[in-house]
Design a binder for this molecule. Structure first.
Ligand code: IMP
Length: 185
């Protein structure tokens, strides 16, 4: 589908809301509380994986009350549309030395697990004080590599989802909720 068709079909492709704004908000509050409890007083760096995790990062970091720093890296494993390319590209790397930090990677969704498996290997080799992964969504039934996040706010079935940072062909990231994308129309 080209961009004009995508714009014309924008609303009809939103099949149903899977996770509401309120559900996301309260899950984030709970996750931030756990992070506050376990990192109090330790140098914490939140690393968000762009583009998909930008909304989750913005909301999560504002619920965390312990001192922390924020950083971004860009990793992509998807061509436009809903099919994975299987190749993970780091298109923007971190600028700081992470060896003095407890790092938490903030991700939107773990699907095949390839992206985070690669990113974790890369960051672990840089000797952070510790390294954990938090993801908003987890699709365990789609896993191809042996990777599991330390914290997943919602487990979902094998559905292509959009909204709250997640896209299809770069659209829908601005929806405030998580919806199922209709691949049939
Ligand atoms: P993985 O490497 O297969 O685990 O894929 C991770 C990346 O694929 C995520 O960061 C998303 O950008 C993208 N992705 C996987 N599943 C979905 C989905 O259902 N909707 C939108 N993007 C997805």
């Amino acid at each position: 589908m080209d961009k004009t068709e995508m714009i014309e079909n924008f609303n009809s492709k939103i099949k149903r809301v899977l996770i509401s704004e309120d559900e996301i908000k309260s899950a984030i509050k709970e996750a931030a509380k756990k992070i506050d409890e376990s990192y109090d007083g330790r140098p914490l760096l939140l690393v968000s994986i762009l583009n998909g995790a930008f909304v989750f990062m913005a909301d999560l970091c504002r619920e965390i009350t312990v001192p922390c720093e924020i950083a971004f890296m860009c990793a992509s494993s998807y061509y436009s549309g809903t099919q994975s390319s299987g190749i993970v590209n780091i298109t923007m790397d971190l600028k700081q030395d992470i060896s003095g930090y407890h790092v938490i990677i903030v991700e939107d969704i773990v699907d095949t697990g390839r992206t985070l498996n690669d990113v974790v290997k890369l960051l672990r080799a840089r000797n952070p004080l510790s390294l954990r992964v938090i993801t908003l969504l987890d699709k365990p039934s789609r896993r191809i590599v042996d990777f599991n996040p330390d914290m997943a706010l919602f487990e979902i079935e094998d559905r292509f989802v959009i909204g709250y940072g997640l896209d299809c062909g770069e659209m829908y990231r601005n929806l405030p909720y998580i919806a199922e994308y209709d691949e049939t129309k």
